[in-house]
Design a protein around this ligand. Structure first.
Ligand code: PHE
Ligand code: NA
Length: 501
């Protein structure tokens, strides 16, 4: 058995945790989620979710990794045998699925970084993304051939991930984050400053921060806040357990969790400001409202930004390149963290070398990711993403807190463990959040999701997510969600290598 890896420095661990948290979600997801769910008013459910679920679970996962010093399955196994181990594998297989399409989005961003210098995006840039870039298939579910223009950057993304992961925890992951994260901060600050100096930036900010308090009465807004916090903080993915298992014995836990949580939220807020300042400019140029421009939702980064770049006076190519480069940097550090979950899990369970685990795990992920680089890739990506997030991440979060708080009754033990080594002490609020508040909100969220996705499934095709056909939803959405659970059970049943546990 190789000696367990360790972070070189405290800053190295924090940078890696922040690197995992700050990802595509902060830059393209948060701005439109916040805007659609009440603008300024969204900060209330958002902060509530951050303080009652996000940071408490982050503290819990840091504690688990630090206490049991293992990949997610090994940590859970040490906590409560195979009855807990499967939870670790579930997180790992959900991470595995996510890594296969997350890499593809980074590949698009890479392509756009280069494209930015070539300002001829064409006026209809929606057509540009779906046409020239993705050559999108006509029907969802149709595979079509590989799109060479996506394949090339995708191979580059995997090559980078491969090199970094192969170099190990300290000399690979830590070093990469030490370089990429400061770079990301500088690059993104430049983007935000430029956006703020554009004509009409203030209009965008007004639209973004204008509180629609009536939204607070809508339970969907609260559910959106919780969903976003889970995704954004990379919790319930097996990631934070894996990363904290590389902490030295003497490490602060709660403090690190607060730093990670607030750094991630700070970056999100910055992204919201930057993106909406640019949207304000776009609306002013096109003589429409910010609401109109912002309605692109998911398409904000890859559809609206090219238009903004088209319209910009002076050095627009550089602005675009920096924007997409920040997506690449933020995405890469997150991708590395997702891959590390299965690298560590396989290494622990089967007693293989890190090199073998990287070659096998990342290699397999890279091969599967080719599906998302086909002409039908975007549709597969859309459905897989929705189902794996709802019935993977949110579901794991719910099962994790219920098992730990109510079945294994471990909160007291974890509280003592965290308090012994941390500056900030956790207590009552922490236990109440984990055992009562989070289970209630996530439980309601699951109930609501099942109601929407199962019962509408039998009405009309239009009742499905995005109106996709039943066959497509079944074969891609539910299959992917199920795949993660079935694989988790299979891997749990397999025997541990003798020296692991
Ligand atoms: N937290 C990342 C983000 O905000 C997303 C992510 C998801 C990272 C899953 C790792 C694993 O984009
Ligand atoms: Na994030």
């Amino acid at each position: 058995m190789e000696q367990r890896s360790q972070w070189g420095t405290r800053a190295g661990f924090i940078l890696a945790a922040v690197g995992s948290a700050v990802g595509l979600g902060n830059i393209w997801r948060f701005p439109y989620v916040a805007y659609e769910n009440g603008g300024g008013a969204f900060f209330i459910p958002y902060l509530f979710a951050l303080l009652t679920a996000g940071i408490p679970i982050l503290i819990m996962e840091f504690t688990i990794g630090h206490k049991y010093r293992g990949s997610a399955p090994l940590s859970f196994f040490r906590m409560k045998g195979k009855g807990a181990e499967w939870l670790g594998w579930w997180g790992i297989f959900v991470s595995f699925v996510i890594s296969t399409y997350y890499a593809v989005i980074i590949a698009w961003a890479m392509k756009y970084t280069i494209y930015s210098f070539n300002t001829a995006w064409g006026d209809d840039t929606g057509g540009f993304l779906f046409g020239s870039v993705l050559n999108l298939a006509d029907t969802p579910g149709e595979v079509g051939g590989i799109v060479p223009g996506v394949l090339l950057p995708l191979l580059l993304v995997w090559a980078l991930a491969f090199i970094i992961l192969l170099a190990g925890v300290k000399r690979g992951i830590e070093l990469a984050n030490r370089i990429f994260i400061p770079m990301l901060v500088v690059v993104f600050l430049l983007v935000v400053i430029r956006a703020l100096t554009l004509d009409g930036a203030v209009l965008g900010l007004e639209a973004f921060f204008k509180p629609d308090l009536s939204k607070l009465a809508n339970s969907q807004v609260w559910v959106a806040a919780y969903g976003h916090i889970f995704f954004s903080l990379s919790i319930a993915f097996a990631i934070m357990i894996t990363y904290s298992s590389y902490l030295p014995k003497k490490s602060d836990i709660t403090n690190n969790a607060f730093i990670t949580g607030f750094a991630n939220s700070g970056f999100e807020l910055l992204a919201g400001i930057g993106v909406f300042a640019a949207l304000g400019f776009m609306a002013t140029q096109a003589n429409t409202s910010v609401a109109e421009v912002a309605s692109a939702g998911v398409g904000l980064a890859f559809v609206v930004f090219p238009k903004i770049i088209n319209e910009m006076p002076g050095m627009s190519g550089l602005f675009g390149a920096l924007f997409f480069l920040s997506l690449v940097l933020a995405g890469l550090t997150s991708l590395i963290s997702i891959c590390e979950t299965y690298i560590a899990g396989v290494q622990d369970k089967f007693n293989v070398s890190r090199t073998k685990s990287v070659v096998f795990g990342v290699g397999l992920a890279a091969i599967i990711s080719l599906l998302f680089a086909t002409r039908g890739g975007l549709y597969f990506l859309d459905v897989a993403d929705y189902f794996i997030n709802q019935f993977g991440v949110a579901a794991i979060g719910l099962v994790e807190v219920i098992l730990i708080a109510w079945v294994f009754k471990k909160l007291r033990v974890f509280e003592n463990h965290a308090n012994e080594i941390s500056d900030i002490r956790v207590g009552m609020w922490w236990k109440v959040c984990l055992s009562v508040v989070t289970p209630i909100v996530l439980g309601y969220m699951m109930f609501d999701l099942l109601r929407i996705n199962i019962f509408k499934l039998h009405e009309t095709d239009n009742g499905n997510y995005e109106g996709y056909s039943n066959a497509f939803i079944m074969s891609t959405g539910w299959m992917v969600a199920l795949f993660a659970i079935v694989m988790a059970i299979i891997f749990t049943v397999l025997k541990w290598n003798k020296n692991a546990t």
